[in-house]
Design a protein around this ligand. Sequence first.
Ligand code: SF4
Ligand code: FES
Length: 240
Amino acid sequence: MTEPEGPADTFSLDSQELPFEPGQTVLQAAVQAGRYIPHLCWHPDFAPHGSCRVCSVLVNGRPGAACTVKAAAGIDVQSNTEPLNAHRKTLLQMLFVEGNHFCPSCEKSGNCLLQATAYEMGMEGPHFDEVYPDRPVDASHPELLLDFNRCILCELCVRASHEVDHKDVFAIGGHGMATHLLVNSPSGRLADTNMAATDRAAQVCPVGVILPKRRGFQVPIGARRFDAHPVSEQVDKEQR
Ligand code: SF4
Ligand code: FES
């Protein structure tokens, strides 16, 4: 005889009880329950990276990243609070000024998780001085364009190329403000790798760095994923 299943363990997210499965992180449990916790570098198909800190929450009063903190019975998680959202907005503003993000001319506008999250957090301007880094575009590949200006260093392409495509096309180089995305080829050009447009790494970028060529603005602005509904209302569509 099998034991009858007891009630699922729960924890509190913004004063509402949430069930979780053993081993799940706070963010996984939240997504499963359709609850939004802002995030950028997390993707359901990959191990958490914990680098963007946009998913910062308070767990029993202590700061933690919702994508890495394990859910546990009875913990109290605060996420949607004014100070935490202000912190997230500051992180987003820093990301925007560290790169060159010209949303109106970006093919990813309306489908971009950075842009959607900034709208969600009420970001209306950069606040900090723009850095305007010099980041050349790599248009060498016949099928794919790389616009490094928009890279937020989430490493999803690095992880996808390594774990799914088994190609290691991308890597991260440099330190501090000079940290940047690299193409792993002797020339540093994408054309000199074995990357294909069908690779997972070509699909996973949450912003507009890795783009298919010859498909510009096929879906018009206004008809894109985040044009109709904010990111917080699309927790069920975690594929991007
Ligand atoms: Fe992330 Fe895109 Fe930059 Fe890769 S290219 S690190 S997926 S933002
Ligand atoms: Fe958790 Fe980026 S989503 S640190």
